[in-house]
Design a protein around this ligand. Structure first.
Ligand SMILES: NC(=O)c1ccc[n+]([C@@H]2O[C@H](COP(=O)([O-])OP(=O)(O)OC[C@H]3O[C@@H](n4cnc5c(N)ncnc54)[C@H](O)[C@@H]3O)[C@@H](O)[C@H]2O)c1
Length: 379
Protein backbone atom coordinates (compact mmCIF):
# COMPACT_ATOMS: atom_id res chain seq x y z
CA UNK A 1 0.00 0.00 0.00
CA UNK A 2 1.60 3.37 -1.01
CA UNK A 3 2.31 5.86 1.79
CA UNK A 4 0.21 9.03 1.74
CA UNK A 5 1.83 12.34 0.79
CA UNK A 6 -0.60 15.02 1.92
CA UNK A 7 -0.76 17.88 -0.58
CA UNK A 8 -1.62 21.46 0.26
CA UNK A 9 -2.13 23.38 -2.96
CA UNK A 10 -2.03 27.18 -3.11
CA UNK A 11 -3.94 28.67 -6.05
CA UNK A 12 -6.62 26.84 -8.01
CA UNK A 13 -6.35 28.38 -11.47
CA UNK A 14 -4.97 26.84 -14.66
CA UNK A 15 -2.05 25.11 -12.95
CA UNK A 16 -4.09 24.24 -9.85
CA UNK A 17 -6.29 22.17 -12.15
CA UNK A 18 -3.41 20.65 -14.12
CA UNK A 19 -1.62 19.56 -10.93
CA UNK A 20 -4.76 18.29 -9.19
CA UNK A 21 -5.49 16.18 -12.25
CA UNK A 22 -1.96 14.76 -12.10
CA UNK A 23 -2.20 13.92 -8.38
CA UNK A 24 -5.46 12.06 -8.87
CA UNK A 25 -4.24 10.05 -11.87
CA UNK A 26 -0.66 9.19 -11.05
CA UNK A 27 -1.16 6.05 -8.93
CA UNK A 28 -3.57 4.57 -11.46
CA UNK A 29 -0.77 4.38 -14.02
CA UNK A 30 2.50 4.28 -12.08
CA UNK A 31 3.54 1.83 -9.40
CA UNK A 32 4.82 4.12 -6.63
CA UNK A 33 5.67 4.03 -2.94
CA UNK A 34 3.81 7.30 -2.36
CA UNK A 35 0.24 8.35 -3.05
CA UNK A 36 -0.70 12.07 -3.17
CA UNK A 37 -3.68 12.88 -0.96
CA UNK A 38 -5.58 16.08 -1.78
CA UNK A 39 -5.57 17.38 1.78
CA UNK A 40 -6.23 21.09 1.35
CA UNK A 41 -6.57 23.78 -1.28
CA UNK A 42 -5.83 27.39 -0.40
CA UNK A 43 -7.26 30.49 -2.07
CA UNK A 44 -8.48 33.84 -0.79
CA UNK A 45 -12.09 33.42 -1.92
CA UNK A 46 -13.54 30.78 0.40
CA UNK A 47 -16.69 30.06 -1.63
CA UNK A 48 -14.69 29.51 -4.82
CA UNK A 49 -12.09 27.44 -2.99
CA UNK A 50 -14.87 25.23 -1.59
CA UNK A 51 -16.34 24.79 -5.04
CA UNK A 52 -12.92 23.81 -6.37
CA UNK A 53 -12.36 21.44 -3.42
CA UNK A 54 -15.70 19.74 -4.12
CA UNK A 55 -14.96 19.37 -7.85
CA UNK A 56 -11.48 17.94 -7.40
CA UNK A 57 -11.88 16.07 -4.11
CA UNK A 58 -9.81 18.20 -1.71
CA UNK A 59 -10.62 17.36 1.90
CA UNK A 60 -10.47 20.93 3.21
CA UNK A 61 -9.98 24.59 2.39
CA UNK A 62 -7.75 27.39 3.70
CA UNK A 63 -7.99 31.08 2.81
CA UNK A 64 -4.56 32.11 4.13
CA UNK A 65 -1.49 30.27 2.82
CA UNK A 66 0.31 30.86 6.16
CA UNK A 67 -2.37 28.78 7.89
CA UNK A 68 -1.86 26.04 5.35
CA UNK A 69 1.86 25.97 6.15
CA UNK A 70 1.12 25.64 9.89
CA UNK A 71 -0.90 22.47 9.34
CA UNK A 72 0.76 19.30 10.57
CA UNK A 73 -1.37 17.20 8.21
CA UNK A 74 0.16 18.85 5.11
CA UNK A 75 3.42 17.24 3.92
CA UNK A 76 3.94 18.95 0.57
CA UNK A 77 3.07 22.43 -0.60
CA UNK A 78 2.29 23.08 -4.25
CA UNK A 79 2.74 26.73 -5.24
CA UNK A 80 0.38 27.56 -8.13
CA UNK A 81 0.11 31.30 -7.57
CA UNK A 82 1.32 34.21 -9.70
CA UNK A 83 5.10 34.63 -9.77
CA UNK A 84 5.37 37.45 -7.20
CA UNK A 85 4.23 35.05 -4.44
CA UNK A 86 6.59 32.16 -5.19
CA UNK A 87 9.49 33.42 -3.07
CA UNK A 88 7.62 34.33 0.10
CA UNK A 89 5.58 31.13 0.11
CA UNK A 90 8.50 28.86 -0.79
CA UNK A 91 10.80 30.25 1.90
CA UNK A 92 8.08 30.00 4.55
CA UNK A 93 7.25 26.47 3.38
CA UNK A 94 10.92 25.45 3.59
CA UNK A 95 11.13 26.87 7.13
CA UNK A 96 8.02 24.87 8.01
CA UNK A 97 9.83 21.73 6.75
CA UNK A 98 7.45 21.11 3.86
CA UNK A 99 8.30 19.36 0.63
CA UNK A 100 7.82 21.95 -2.14
CA UNK A 101 6.55 21.78 -5.69
CA UNK A 102 6.75 25.27 -7.16
CA UNK A 103 5.42 26.57 -10.46
CA UNK A 104 7.76 28.20 -12.94
CA UNK A 105 9.42 30.62 -13.31
CA UNK A 106 11.10 29.90 -9.99
CA UNK A 107 11.04 33.57 -9.01
CA UNK A 108 10.74 37.16 -10.20
CA UNK A 109 14.53 37.36 -10.68
CA UNK A 110 17.82 35.64 -9.87
CA UNK A 111 18.29 37.33 -6.47
CA UNK A 112 14.93 35.97 -5.30
CA UNK A 113 15.72 32.57 -6.78
CA UNK A 114 19.02 32.42 -4.89
CA UNK A 115 17.24 33.11 -1.60
CA UNK A 116 14.79 30.34 -2.39
CA UNK A 117 17.58 27.87 -3.18
CA UNK A 118 19.33 28.69 0.09
CA UNK A 119 16.08 28.22 2.02
CA UNK A 120 15.27 24.76 0.62
CA UNK A 121 18.88 23.60 0.87
CA UNK A 122 19.27 24.80 4.47
CA UNK A 123 15.99 23.14 5.42
CA UNK A 124 16.89 20.01 3.45
CA UNK A 125 13.40 19.75 1.97
CA UNK A 126 12.71 17.94 -1.33
CA UNK A 127 11.86 20.46 -4.05
CA UNK A 128 11.00 20.64 -7.72
CA UNK A 129 9.88 23.27 -10.25
CA UNK A 130 7.14 22.55 -12.77
CA UNK A 131 9.05 22.81 -16.05
CA UNK A 132 6.74 20.11 -17.28
CA UNK A 133 7.66 20.11 -20.99
CA UNK A 134 10.74 18.02 -20.19
CA UNK A 135 8.35 15.19 -19.52
CA UNK A 136 6.42 15.22 -22.76
CA UNK A 137 7.56 11.79 -24.06
CA UNK A 138 8.77 13.20 -27.40
CA UNK A 139 10.89 15.80 -25.58
CA UNK A 140 12.28 13.16 -23.22
CA UNK A 141 13.06 11.07 -26.30
CA UNK A 142 14.95 14.03 -27.77
CA UNK A 143 17.07 14.09 -24.62
CA UNK A 144 17.71 10.35 -24.95
CA UNK A 145 18.80 10.66 -28.59
CA UNK A 146 21.15 13.56 -27.80
CA UNK A 147 22.65 11.77 -24.79
CA UNK A 148 23.24 8.66 -26.93
CA UNK A 149 25.34 10.90 -29.20
CA UNK A 150 23.17 10.34 -32.26
CA UNK A 151 23.28 13.99 -33.28
CA UNK A 152 27.04 14.29 -32.87
CA UNK A 153 28.45 17.74 -32.32
CA UNK A 154 25.59 20.25 -31.92
CA UNK A 155 25.73 23.43 -34.03
CA UNK A 156 22.33 25.07 -33.59
CA UNK A 157 19.49 25.24 -31.07
CA UNK A 158 16.41 27.17 -32.22
CA UNK A 159 13.25 27.68 -30.19
CA UNK A 160 10.02 29.68 -30.48
CA UNK A 161 7.04 30.19 -28.20
CA UNK A 162 4.38 32.17 -30.03
CA UNK A 163 0.95 33.33 -28.89
CA UNK A 164 -1.53 36.01 -29.96
CA UNK A 165 -3.82 36.74 -27.02
CA UNK A 166 -2.70 40.24 -25.95
CA UNK A 167 -2.92 42.05 -29.30
CA UNK A 168 -6.02 44.09 -28.39
CA UNK A 169 -5.17 47.44 -26.78
CA UNK A 170 -8.50 47.21 -24.87
CA UNK A 171 -7.24 44.29 -22.83
CA UNK A 172 -6.59 45.51 -19.27
CA UNK A 173 -3.61 44.50 -17.13
CA UNK A 174 -3.54 43.07 -13.62
CA UNK A 175 -5.83 41.09 -11.34
CA UNK A 176 -7.25 37.61 -11.81
CA UNK A 177 -6.46 36.03 -15.18
CA UNK A 178 -4.53 39.13 -16.37
CA UNK A 179 -1.73 39.22 -13.79
CA UNK A 180 0.64 38.11 -16.59
CA UNK A 181 0.42 41.62 -18.09
CA UNK A 182 1.28 43.27 -14.76
CA UNK A 183 5.04 43.47 -14.15
CA UNK A 184 4.50 43.71 -10.39
CA UNK A 185 2.87 40.26 -10.36
CA UNK A 186 4.67 38.56 -13.24
CA UNK A 187 8.20 40.02 -13.03
CA UNK A 188 8.51 40.03 -16.81
CA UNK A 189 6.38 39.28 -19.84
CA UNK A 190 7.07 36.60 -22.40
CA UNK A 191 10.64 36.15 -21.11
CA UNK A 192 9.68 34.68 -17.73
CA UNK A 193 6.37 33.25 -18.89
CA UNK A 194 7.18 31.55 -22.19
CA UNK A 195 10.89 31.75 -22.96
CA UNK A 196 11.61 30.33 -19.50
CA UNK A 197 10.12 27.04 -20.78
CA UNK A 198 12.26 27.15 -23.93
CA UNK A 199 15.36 27.98 -21.88
CA UNK A 200 14.76 25.18 -19.36
CA UNK A 201 14.39 22.67 -22.20
CA UNK A 202 17.47 24.08 -23.95
CA UNK A 203 19.67 23.89 -20.85
CA UNK A 204 18.50 20.35 -20.25
CA UNK A 205 19.05 19.19 -23.83
CA UNK A 206 22.07 21.23 -24.86
CA UNK A 207 23.85 22.35 -21.67
CA UNK A 208 24.68 25.77 -20.25
CA UNK A 209 24.36 29.13 -21.98
CA UNK A 210 27.42 31.37 -21.79
CA UNK A 211 26.17 34.76 -23.03
CA UNK A 212 23.17 36.38 -24.71
CA UNK A 213 22.13 39.40 -26.73
CA UNK A 214 18.45 40.25 -26.78
CA UNK A 215 15.78 42.66 -27.89
CA UNK A 216 12.40 43.12 -26.27
CA UNK A 217 9.41 45.24 -27.21
CA UNK A 218 6.29 46.42 -25.45
CA UNK A 219 3.87 47.12 -28.29
CA UNK A 220 1.00 48.46 -26.16
CA UNK A 221 2.60 50.99 -23.82
CA UNK A 222 -0.38 51.68 -21.51
CA UNK A 223 -3.31 49.61 -20.37
CA UNK A 224 -6.06 50.07 -17.81
CA UNK A 225 -5.08 48.36 -14.56
CA UNK A 226 -7.80 46.13 -13.14
CA UNK A 227 -6.76 46.71 -9.52
CA UNK A 228 -6.45 50.53 -9.59
CA UNK A 229 -8.94 51.31 -12.39
CA UNK A 230 -6.38 53.72 -13.86
CA UNK A 231 -4.55 53.63 -17.19
CA UNK A 232 -0.98 52.68 -16.29
CA UNK A 233 2.33 52.08 -18.03
CA UNK A 234 2.84 48.49 -19.16
CA UNK A 235 6.06 47.13 -17.63
CA UNK A 236 6.27 43.73 -19.26
CA UNK A 237 7.95 42.63 -22.50
CA UNK A 238 5.31 41.71 -25.11
CA UNK A 239 7.93 40.14 -27.34
CA UNK A 240 11.52 39.01 -26.90
CA UNK A 241 14.14 37.55 -29.20
CA UNK A 242 17.66 36.60 -28.29
CA UNK A 243 20.82 35.05 -29.63
CA UNK A 244 23.21 33.11 -27.42
CA UNK A 245 26.36 31.02 -27.27
CA UNK A 246 26.03 27.69 -25.51
CA UNK A 247 28.96 26.38 -23.46
CA UNK A 248 29.34 23.52 -25.98
CA UNK A 249 30.05 26.01 -28.77
CA UNK A 250 26.66 25.81 -30.45
CA UNK A 251 24.57 28.88 -31.33
CA UNK A 252 21.09 29.55 -29.96
CA UNK A 253 18.23 31.55 -31.43
CA UNK A 254 15.08 32.10 -29.36
CA UNK A 255 11.89 34.05 -30.01
CA UNK A 256 8.71 34.58 -28.05
CA UNK A 257 5.75 36.90 -28.48
CA UNK A 258 2.09 37.28 -27.65
CA UNK A 259 1.59 39.17 -30.93
CA UNK A 260 1.94 36.39 -33.52
CA UNK A 261 -1.59 36.44 -34.93
CA UNK A 262 -2.84 32.91 -35.49
CA UNK A 263 -0.57 31.20 -32.98
CA UNK A 264 -1.98 30.07 -29.63
CA UNK A 265 0.88 28.13 -28.04
CA UNK A 266 3.33 27.38 -30.81
CA UNK A 267 6.26 26.07 -28.82
CA UNK A 268 8.79 24.54 -31.21
CA UNK A 269 12.44 23.69 -31.06
CA UNK A 270 14.94 22.36 -33.58
CA UNK A 271 18.45 21.11 -32.93
CA UNK A 272 20.98 20.61 -35.71
CA UNK A 273 23.93 18.33 -35.12
CA UNK A 274 26.76 17.06 -37.25
CA UNK A 275 25.05 13.73 -37.95
CA UNK A 276 21.39 14.37 -37.32
CA UNK A 277 18.71 16.95 -36.52
CA UNK A 278 15.57 16.81 -34.42
CA UNK A 279 12.57 19.08 -34.16
CA UNK A 280 9.48 19.19 -31.97
CA UNK A 281 6.22 21.13 -31.99
CA UNK A 282 3.86 21.43 -29.02
CA UNK A 283 0.86 21.55 -31.39
CA UNK A 284 1.76 17.99 -32.41
CA UNK A 285 3.40 17.03 -29.15
CA UNK A 286 3.47 13.24 -29.51
CA UNK A 287 5.68 13.42 -32.59
CA UNK A 288 9.45 13.90 -32.83
CA UNK A 289 10.87 14.74 -36.24
CA UNK A 290 14.27 13.15 -36.84
CA UNK A 291 16.68 13.37 -39.76
CA UNK A 292 19.81 11.22 -39.81
CA UNK A 293 22.41 11.95 -42.47
CA UNK A 294 23.88 8.46 -41.98
CA UNK A 295 20.76 6.82 -43.42
CA UNK A 296 21.05 5.16 -46.82
CA UNK A 297 20.91 8.03 -49.37
CA UNK A 298 17.92 6.87 -51.38
CA UNK A 299 15.63 6.70 -48.33
CA UNK A 300 17.24 9.53 -46.36
CA UNK A 301 14.77 12.15 -45.17
CA UNK A 302 12.90 13.53 -42.17
CA UNK A 303 11.04 10.85 -40.26
CA UNK A 304 8.13 11.65 -38.06
CA UNK A 305 8.37 9.40 -35.04
CA UNK A 306 4.99 8.79 -33.42
CA UNK A 307 6.21 8.63 -29.82
CA UNK A 308 3.64 6.13 -28.59
CA UNK A 309 5.51 2.84 -28.47
CA UNK A 310 6.17 0.91 -25.29
CA UNK A 311 9.90 1.55 -25.63
CA UNK A 312 9.40 5.31 -25.78
CA UNK A 313 9.78 7.29 -22.52
CA UNK A 314 6.80 6.92 -20.14
CA UNK A 315 4.59 5.26 -22.78
CA UNK A 316 4.54 1.74 -21.34
CA UNK A 317 2.52 3.17 -18.46
CA UNK A 318 -0.34 4.27 -20.71
CA UNK A 319 -2.40 2.54 -23.40
CA UNK A 320 -1.18 0.41 -26.29
CA UNK A 321 1.32 1.38 -29.03
CA UNK A 322 -0.10 3.90 -31.47
CA UNK A 323 -2.39 5.66 -28.98
CA UNK A 324 -1.32 9.22 -28.17
CA UNK A 325 -1.38 11.00 -24.85
CA UNK A 326 -1.43 14.77 -24.33
CA UNK A 327 -0.42 17.92 -22.47
CA UNK A 328 -1.80 16.93 -19.08
CA UNK A 329 0.29 13.77 -19.00
CA UNK A 330 3.52 15.77 -18.71
CA UNK A 331 2.32 16.80 -15.23
CA UNK A 332 1.45 13.21 -14.32
CA UNK A 333 4.98 12.19 -15.36
CA UNK A 334 6.50 14.93 -13.25
CA UNK A 335 4.55 13.80 -10.19
CA UNK A 336 5.49 10.15 -10.86
CA UNK A 337 9.19 10.98 -11.11
CA UNK A 338 9.05 13.23 -8.07
CA UNK A 339 7.36 10.56 -5.94
CA UNK A 340 9.88 7.96 -7.11
CA UNK A 341 12.65 10.37 -6.09
CA UNK A 342 11.08 10.86 -2.66
CA UNK A 343 10.98 7.11 -2.15
CA UNK A 344 14.63 6.78 -3.21
CA UNK A 345 15.68 9.85 -1.19
CA UNK A 346 17.05 11.46 -4.37
CA UNK A 347 16.48 14.96 -5.79
CA UNK A 348 14.51 15.07 -9.02
CA UNK A 349 15.27 17.62 -11.70
CA UNK A 350 14.48 20.44 -12.20
CA UNK A 351 15.14 21.29 -8.56
CA UNK A 352 15.09 24.92 -7.39
CA UNK A 353 18.86 24.94 -8.03
CA UNK A 354 18.34 23.72 -11.62
CA UNK A 355 15.56 26.25 -12.23
CA UNK A 356 17.83 29.03 -10.96
CA UNK A 357 19.95 28.53 -14.10
CA UNK A 358 16.93 29.40 -16.26
CA UNK A 359 16.31 32.44 -14.06
CA UNK A 360 19.90 33.59 -14.65
CA UNK A 361 19.46 33.33 -18.42
CA UNK A 362 16.15 35.26 -18.22
CA UNK A 363 17.84 38.02 -16.23
CA UNK A 364 20.74 38.21 -18.69
CA UNK A 365 18.23 38.42 -21.57
CA UNK A 366 16.31 41.27 -19.95
CA UNK A 367 19.52 43.12 -19.00
CA UNK A 368 20.86 42.73 -22.52
CA UNK A 369 17.66 44.07 -24.10
CA UNK A 370 17.77 47.07 -21.76
CA UNK A 371 21.44 47.81 -22.43
CA UNK A 372 21.39 46.76 -26.10
CA UNK A 373 24.54 44.70 -25.51
CA UNK A 374 25.87 41.19 -24.88
CA UNK A 375 25.49 39.89 -21.32
CA UNK A 376 27.32 37.02 -19.71
CA UNK A 377 24.88 34.66 -17.96
CA UNK A 378 25.32 34.89 -14.20
CA UNK A 379 26.88 38.39 -14.39
N1 LIG B 1 4.15 24.82 -16.15
C1 LIG B 1 3.39 25.48 -17.02
O1 LIG B 1 3.31 25.11 -18.18
C2 LIG B 1 2.61 26.67 -16.57
C3 LIG B 1 1.46 27.06 -17.29
C4 LIG B 1 0.72 28.14 -16.79
C5 LIG B 1 1.13 28.80 -15.65
N2 LIG B 1 2.27 28.43 -15.02
C6 LIG B 1 2.70 29.12 -13.78
O2 LIG B 1 1.81 28.77 -12.73
C7 LIG B 1 1.59 29.86 -11.86
C8 LIG B 1 0.10 30.16 -11.81
O3 LIG B 1 -0.36 30.41 -13.13
P1 LIG B 1 -1.86 30.07 -13.56
O4 LIG B 1 -1.92 30.13 -15.05
O5 LIG B 1 -2.33 28.84 -12.88
O6 LIG B 1 -2.60 31.35 -12.96
P2 LIG B 1 -4.12 31.54 -12.62
O7 LIG B 1 -4.35 33.00 -12.67
O8 LIG B 1 -4.97 30.63 -13.44
O9 LIG B 1 -4.20 31.03 -11.11
C9 LIG B 1 -3.53 31.70 -10.07
C10 LIG B 1 -4.15 31.29 -8.76
O10 LIG B 1 -3.45 31.90 -7.69
C11 LIG B 1 -4.41 32.32 -6.72
N3 LIG B 1 -3.83 33.33 -5.85
C12 LIG B 1 -3.39 34.57 -6.16
N4 LIG B 1 -2.96 35.19 -5.04
C13 LIG B 1 -3.14 34.32 -4.01
C14 LIG B 1 -2.90 34.38 -2.61
N5 LIG B 1 -2.40 35.48 -2.02
N6 LIG B 1 -3.20 33.30 -1.84
C15 LIG B 1 -3.70 32.18 -2.42
N7 LIG B 1 -3.96 32.08 -3.73
C16 LIG B 1 -3.69 33.14 -4.52
C17 LIG B 1 -5.56 32.81 -7.59
O11 LIG B 1 -6.74 32.90 -6.86
C18 LIG B 1 -5.62 31.71 -8.64
O12 LIG B 1 -6.36 30.61 -8.16
C19 LIG B 1 2.43 31.01 -12.42
O13 LIG B 1 3.65 31.06 -11.73
C20 LIG B 1 2.65 30.63 -13.87
O14 LIG B 1 3.84 31.16 -14.41
C21 LIG B 1 3.00 27.37 -15.46
Amino acid sequence: MPKPLNIGMIGYGFMGRAHSNAYTKVNHFFDLEYRPVLKAVCARDEAKAKEFAATWGYESVETDWRKLLERKDVDAVDICTPNNLHKEIAIAAAEAGKTILCEKPLAMNTAEGEEMCRAVEQAGVPNIVWYNYRRVPAVTLAKQLIDEGRLGRIFHFRANFLQDWTISSDLPQGGAALWRLDAAAAGSGVTGDLLAHCIDTALWLNGGIHDVTAMTETFIKERKHNLTGKVEKVGIDDACAFLCHFENGSLGLFESTRYARGHKALYTFEINGENASIRWDLHDLHRLEYYDHRDDGVVRGWRSIHVTDGEHPYMKHWWVPGLAIGYEHSFVHQVADFLAGLAAGKPVSPTFRDALETQKVCDAVLDSAKGRNWQKVGG
